[in-house]
Ligand binder design. Structure first.
Ligand code: UD1
Ligand code: CA
Length: 486
């Protein structure tokens, strides 16, 4: 939907959110990869407003530093004391005025604690507001339990006359199930004027922005209430129970979008995706999978069961099971898992493999190279078609410095090797089992560690560990050997 560009979006976020029982300000609590405030701002951004102002009060430095990260274009206005929603709006408008901004056009007012709000719903609100030529249009919703909310009051003709707060409502008004969401589209010029006239003559002794409706109507302006189709969208989060409910709703919504776009989600109940995640068609998400941050999965991949991927790229046709990955790149057709840990800077090229109990960090693994089992690869560059034998360790840290290892193309590192960086193994080289690779290996050479010939010290356990089960077992074996010889 294309609507007229609003002059401003104002987001109220000065409250403390005491019911969260948290050190963190309420609006900074997260769900699906964004703070609540981040979700609200993402919805607001879809309107492309000329100005975005967040009203901050409690823990304002924390909120501000978060905003610098996620929405540097948003300004903040300080509300020193929380004297009500109308007072908060006044602070935002006075702040804009001090910067020389006069609000002409539509101003959208939202709260920082409604993470389920869609940008498209705000756009519909603004469109209805413009179409009706209203001074204010409140976003309302019919809800199963209206307790605590402001109610939308209508006259006998059904015309919207004002909003009454729960604390100020009569018993008859308490029965109204159409609630005020706390989000509105306002005529900016009229809002700037009417916020100067709000009284504190109410149950809470606060300046209510809701009183603007009756005041503007009294001045002869048109006012409206526009009902959201999905009441979940306007639900505010006040405690951690509601936070978990909102997370469930948002996650289901995101999964539905992915499924309708061609992704198979085997078990939506145990699959969690962040808002920014992208997934290609015909990819299958197996149970117990979390895709976090900016994770991006290509087509025809299989992810999970139990994959936990953060800011990770998964190429088309890759298989990633039982894996934890953070800032890794998994190439097309690559195979990862089970029980694999890919740490930041891991780049697995196409059709490569990182198998069971393999940890990789800050390393490039070339096309079709394999690290099948029980291995740590750190700070290494491995060429194409190479194989790293079972139970090998890339020793990248001497206690002071980290160094890189380079393994060429079509190299065969034997089992249980220790690759001591910095070291270079040339193309087509081999190494024997148990080799400690300290020196560069020329292309095509076989590396074996010298001085490691096996020596058997006969009778050692009997002499040095007398009386142990091992010594007894050894003695019994000796007796059998003696018997056999007779
Ligand atoms: C407000 C509405 C109510 C509506 C409800 C929806 C008023 C008077 N009432 O109720 O009709 O049903 O929202 O959730 O507006 N805030 C500030 N500064 C303040 C007070 C609040 O920034 O001085 C912020 C809060 O941080 C929050 C938002 O405004 O993000 C709403 O405040 P809250 O106290 O939850 O609203 P209510 O008064 O319960
Ligand atoms: Ca080993």
């Amino acid at each position: 939907m294309s609507v007229n560009r609003p002059a401003a979006v104002i987001v109220l976020a000065a409250g403390e959110g005491t019911r969260m029982k948290s050190k963190l300000p309420k609006v900074l609590h997260e769900l699906n990869g964004r703070s609540m405030l981040g979700h609200v701002l993402a919805a607001a951004r879809e309107l492309d407003p000329q100005h975005a102002v967040v009203v901050v009060g409690h823990a304002r430095e924390q909120v501000r530093s978060h905003l610098r990260e996620i929405a540097p274009q948003a300004a903040t206005a300080v509300q020193e004391e929380q004297n009500g929603t109308g007072h908060a709006v006044r602070m935002a408008i006075e702040d804009l005025a001090a910067k020389g901004v006069k609000l002409s056009g539509t101003v959208v007012l939202t709260c920082g604690d409604t993470p389920l709000l869609r940008g498209s719903t705000l756009a519909e609100l603004v469109a209805a507001h413009d179409e009706e030529g209203n001074a204010v249009t409140a976003l309302s919703a019919r809800v199963p339990d209206p307790h605590g909310y402001g109610r939308i009051v209508r006259d006998a003709d059904g015309d919207f006359t004002g909003i009454v707060e729960h604390a100020d409502a009569t018993p008859e008004q308490h029965a109204i199930d159409e609630i005020n969401s706390g989000m509105y589209a306002f005529d900016g010029a009229l809002l700037s004027e009417v916020v100067q006239r709000l009284s504190t003559d109410n149950a809470k002794g606060e300046e209510y922005v809701t009183d603007a409706v009756a005041l503007l109507r009294g001045d002869g302006h048109r006012v409206g209430a526009w009902a959201a189709g999905d009441w979940h969208e306007v639900q505010g989060v006040n405690n951690r129970v509601q936070l978990s409910e909102a997370r469930r709703v948002l996650n289901d919504r995101l999964l539905h979008e992915h499924m309708l776009a061609g992704v198979t989600v085997v078990d939506p109940a145990t699959t969690w995706v962040d808002a920014q995640v992208t997934i290609g068609r015909d990819t299958v998400l197996e149970p117990g999978t979390r895709l976090l941050g900016a994770t991006c999965v290509g087509e025809d991949a299989v992810v999970g069961p139990r994959a936990d991927l953060r800011d990770t790229v998964v190429g088309a046709g890759a298989t990633v099971r039982e894996t934890t990955a953070d800032r890794a790149e998994i190439g097309p057709g690559a195979s990862v898992g089970p029980y694999t840990y890919l740490r930041p800077g891991t780049r697995l090229a196409e059709r490569s493999k990182a198998g069971a109990f393999v940890e990789v960090k800050n390393s490039n693994v070339g096309a079709e190279s394999k690290i099948p089992h029980l291995t740590y690869v750190g700070d290494a560059d491995i060429g194409v078609g190479s194989n790293i034998g079972c139970s090998s360790v890339f020793v990248n840290y001497d206690g002071v410095n980290k160094s890189r290892s380079v393994i060429g193309d079509h190299v065969r590192i034997g089992s249980d090797n220790t690759i001591v960086a910095p070291v270079h193994v040339g193309d087509g080289a081999y190494s024997g089992a148990g080799t400690v690779v300290r020196d560069d290996v020329p292309p095509g050479a076989l590396a074996v560690s010298e001085g490691h010939r096996q020596r058997n010290v006969e009778g050692w356990t009997r002499r040095k560990r007398p009386g142990t089960p091992s010594a007894e077992a050894a003695e019994q074996a000796d007796r059998h050997r003696a018997d056999d010889k007779q």
